[in-house]
Design a protein around this ligand. Structure first.
Ligand code: NAX
Length: 370
């Protein structure tokens, strides 16, 4: 059995968190021989902390062999300490009448402080995935805080869009979803993103040959993928949760599986004419577990270039909105010396018996974990 890895999940008691934690504990993210310790962060509110305890109780009740410990906390420094993977799901939802710019700024503050704490306390091998929206720009903000961890370690999730696009093409062509290949997402996780059907393959043939109705591809398929989240929200009364958790499983699973080519929002180096320094979806190939290279080989048509320009412009606009925020915020957590590192001022109750976090201020103790 391998050494357990620590996986931090923020917003762990939320909709996506609830759909995610069990699948990680079941081995679907890191494989059937990789034990995990889940370090779950929630807001310091009685109701959310209570809900988090409920999630932990259910995880206990599953008796997952790979779940070697849990840490429940409202303190980012406890949640991210020594984590190999930091899954940033928690963020403030857009309220009624709230402007997108205000959402960007409010959530930007969360990702500034979390980026700083991760850079300070997470494991040397830490990888960070941002799901909380607007995830591309939040990821950029978090990555900009890092002095120790390289920015390539910070990725944002566009995999849900890839999965959605694959299913829509498969259903149109009347083939299983496994017949769809080379369908990648470019740009923002928003309605402007470009699901590149022009290079997609269906059973090895160009998708544009199998589905010759170009108008459907441009005017039905593309908007459907872009607005799928809103369609689900209207139908369920809640935003996508199980499918988002599933996409995050795929995102990380493929990032630890060398050879996989998949859609990931990464720091742009100018590939595909994305502006440098924004985080944009594009195809990457996993090289070694946790590392990847951008696949730059796709030649874009004028149609595809125009679509990429739209989503790039949106990402530039988001960066402009948070420009002052990025430059101005100081660390949000008070720091004191702690075992050679720094730590926040005392907060939460000490659990001395929890194997997962013998020295941290965990709000939950699971002494009987395997
Ligand atoms: P919920 O509101 O159900 O859960 C979010 C949880 O995060 C809450 O329990 C809240 O208490 C917690 N939280 C808020 N701020 C926090 C902080 N600073 N630290 C720790 N926890 C915090 O939302 P949910 O449906 O789970 O969605 C979470 C995020 O995912 C949202 O921002 C949502 O927009 C985003 N999504 C991103 C997707 C993607 O493909 N990138 C798709 C699904 C989803 O829309």
């Amino acid at each position: 059995m391998k050494t357990p890895i620590r996986v931090a999940i923020t917003g762990a008691a939320g909709n996506i968190g609830y759909a995610l934690a069990f699948r990680i504990a079941a081995g679907q993210m890191f494989g059937p021989d990789q034990p995990v310790i889940l370090q779950m962060l929630e807001l310091p509110l009685e109701k959310t902390q209570q809900a988090l305890k409920g999630v932990a109780m259910e995880l206990d009740d599953c008796a997952f062999p790979l779940l070697h410990g849990m840490v429940l906390t409202d303190d980012p420094k406890v949640a991210f300490r020594d984590a190999s993977w930091c899954l940033l799901v928690g963020s403030k939802p857009r309220g009624p009448g709230m402007e997108r710019a205000d959402l960007l700024k409010d959530n930007g503050k969360i990702f500034i402080s979390q980026g700083q704490v991760i850079d300070e306390v997470a494991g040397d091998d830490a990888r960070i995935v941002v799901v909380g929206n607007p995830c591309n720009t939040n990821c950029m903000i978090a990555a900009l805080q890092a002095k120790r961890l390289p920015r390539e370690r910070f990725t944002a999730m566009v995999r849900l869009d890839e999965n959605r696009a694959k299913t829509q093409l498969a259903q149109k062509a009347g083939v299983p979803v496994t017949a769809i290949d080379e369908l990648y997402i470019y740009g923002n996780h928003s309605p402007t993103m470009f699901a590149d059907f022009t290079h997609a393959k269906i059973d090895g043939k160009p998708a544009t040959e199998v589905i010759s109705d170009r108008e459907w591809l441009e005017t039905t398929f593309l908007p459907k993928i872009g607005k799928r989240g809103a369609e689900i929200l209207n139908a369920r009364g809640l935003s996508s949760a199980a499918s988002a958790a599933s996409a995050l499983i795929d995102h990380v699973h493929d990032l630890v599986t060398p050879g996989k080519v998949h859609s990931v929002a990464v720091a742009s180096d100018g590939s595909y004419d994305f502006s440098e320094g924004i985080w944009a979806g594009m195809p990457v190939r996993t090289t070694t577990p946790g590392s990847y290279e951008i696949v730059r080989s796709y030649e874009m048509s004028d149609f595809a270039k125009a679509k990429i320009k739209i989503t790039n412009d949106e990402l530039l606009g988001e960066r402009e909105t948070v420009k002052e925020l990025i430059g101005s915020l100081l660390p949000l957590f008070p720091r004191v010396t702690y075992r050679g590192r720094t730590s926040p001022a005392s907060r939460g109750r000490v659990s001395s018996s929890c194997r997962a976090c013998p020295s941290s201020r965990c709000l939950y103790s699971s002494p009987s974990r395997r």
